[in-house]
Design a protein around this ligand. Structure first.
Ligand code: ADP
Ligand code: MG
Length: 244
């Protein structure tokens, strides 16, 4: 088994008039917390969208190897099926639905032809426990704060047996306590074997949590650094980000 759970090679993705990704190489080790950083517009979200099948094969070029297999995803469902779940900045929950409905939305638990609501609530409670969110699963998502909504999204990812969890700027909208709480949870998930890619602008949290750091600039991989052997300073990261 390869030490890498993910290898993306020579990834190029263009939009009309913009080369968003220009031959990007990106590798993530099994079980690590890998931070992806870069200035606005450097291509971070696009790279994660290529990885998760938002842009189908054919709309980008390059290779994706995940968990030992070459993958050509055509839809988000394809990447989720093999255990890749992305949580975007704009949360994907339905505010009017309950927490338990949201967690199993799209992959409902059925008994025969019908949804098994008792089992759904019971499993939702289990998932909430895993993210240490002590709330009634019958609450509506709209009645929760942003920090809690994010934890519900992670609970949903866990209910899909996530192997690689991608968080695109998850702490951007969170206060300090909720951010701390989220970073702690990411570390706990790592202990349970979930690999995590974290996109963040907050270099303090990056240097605190990262096992590896990849820097993108203008759609290119500028550097990939191992943070387990030596501490990577915020200054070095900024230098790579801005190129001077
Ligand atoms: P980041 O997440 O690092 O801020 P993005 O991946 O969102 O960067 O964007 C990379 C580049 O691709 C930017 O120049 C952006 O304007 C462009 N881009 C991203 N998405 C689209 C799109 N759907 N259509 C056109 N251009 C896009
Ligand atoms: Mg982005």
């Amino acid at each position: 088994m390869s030490e890498y759970i993910l290898e993306m090679r020579n990834i190029t993705k263009t939009f009309p008039g913009v080369k968003a990704l220009d031959n990007v190489d990106f590798k993530v080790k099994r079980g690590e917390i890998h931070c992806l950083v870069g200035e606005n517009g450097s291509g971070k979200s696009t790279l994660m969208k290529v990885l998760s099948g938002v842009y189908p094969f054919g709309e980008y070029s390059g290779d994706i190897v995940f968990d030992g297999k070459v993958q050509k995803f055509n839809h988000i469902y394809d990447s989720e099926k093999v255990g890749i779940v992305t949580i975007y900045q704009e949360l994907a929950l339905i505010p009017e639905l309950t927490v338990y409905e949201n967690i199993f939305l799209g992959h409902e638990i059925k008994k025969g032809r019908f949804i098994d609501w008792d089992e759904t609530v019971a499993r939702a409670k289990e998932m909430l426990k895993k993210v240490r969110l002590n709330i009634n699963p019958s609450l509506k998502v709209k009645d929760l704060g942003v920090g809690m909504q994010q934890l519900v999204e992670i609970a949903k990812a866990l209910s899909k047996n996530v192997k690689l969890l991608i968080l695109d700027e998850p702490t951007a909208a969170l206060n300090e306590d909720d951010s701390e709480n989220l970073l702690k949870l990411i570390r706990e998930l790592k202990e349970q074997g979930v690999t995590c890619i974290l996109i963040s602008h907050k270099l303090k949290e990056v240097t605190a949590i990262a096992d590896s750091i990849t820097v993108l600039r203008d759609g290119k991989t500028i550097s990939s650094m191992d943070a387990t052997k030596e501490k990577i300073s915020e200054n070095i990261i900024i230098k790579h980000m801005v190129g001077r």
